[in-house]
Structures are given as structure tokens and as C-alpha cells.
Ligand binder design. Sequence first.
Ligand SMILES: [Zn+2]
Length: 155
Amino acid sequence: MKIHLRQIPQGGTLHAVGYEDAAFLDLEEADAQACSPLEYELDVGISGGGLFATGRLNVCVRLRCVACLDEFETTVSVDPFALQKELDGRESVDLTEEVREDIHLALPAHPRCDAEGKKACPARFSQAPDDASQPSGDAPWGVLDGLKTEKRQKQ
Ligand SMILES: [Zn+2]
């Protein structure tokens, strides 16, 4: 992922928007697979002999749920993304390393397919249904939801 310095207007910022093949992210190192190119939207400028970039990164990633072991897709975002880099006299600046590092930091350490609340993780319902010592179904979550609603109303 390279920024050509000539593209940056003098005294201004370059608004860089686009897609980059996600292969350079090396997501397989983190047991993940990209399911989209990396989408970026950055404002890049030069200040005090260094390059700065701010904006956001998004990539669709396929992860394996730690509870049910099913694969699921989620969007990993770095927002805001920000970096500063010394200029070394070259005509372009390579942001690959910083982008890869930030995406890896944004990956969940313990991915759960129900983390976004869009679906229920099947592993949550795999307990024996006649286990009376455990509250069943969604009851505990219902209570939590109630608390959340109450809090919101108070604000
Ligand atoms: Zn799951």
C-alpha cells in the first residue's frame, strides 16, 4: 500500500479512497481469512518533514467462533486509523506494515459468532435442556437487556 508523495498537494492533503487486495494483511497468521479487499479512506499530508495519514480501514474477515467452532464473517475496522512516518527521501511511502499491524490488533482475540448480536451462537444452547440448575434460554440476557434499557431511559 503505497502513497506517492507527488500526489499530495503542497500544503494540503490527499484524500485517498480505494481498495487493496487483502493478501498483504497475512490474515492466515491469525487463523483468519479475508472475504473482501481492504477498503481504505485516508487523508494524507506532509508536515514537519514527515508524512501523516488519518482515516479508516475496513475489511471483511472470516473467523472461527471459539464456542461453536463455526466459521462466520465479520467486518474488522480500524477507525480512526492514524499514523506518522518519517520521510526517507523516496518518492513513495509504504504504509503496508502499519496497516497490517493495526488490522491484526483489531482482530478479536476470542472471536464469537454472536459478538455482534446478529445471531445466537449454537454453543449457547448445547447444554442439556433438563439441567434445572442452569437458567435456560435467553432469560439471563433478557434481564441484562432490561437493565440496559433502564439505563438509557435515565440518561
Ligand atoms: Zn459460535
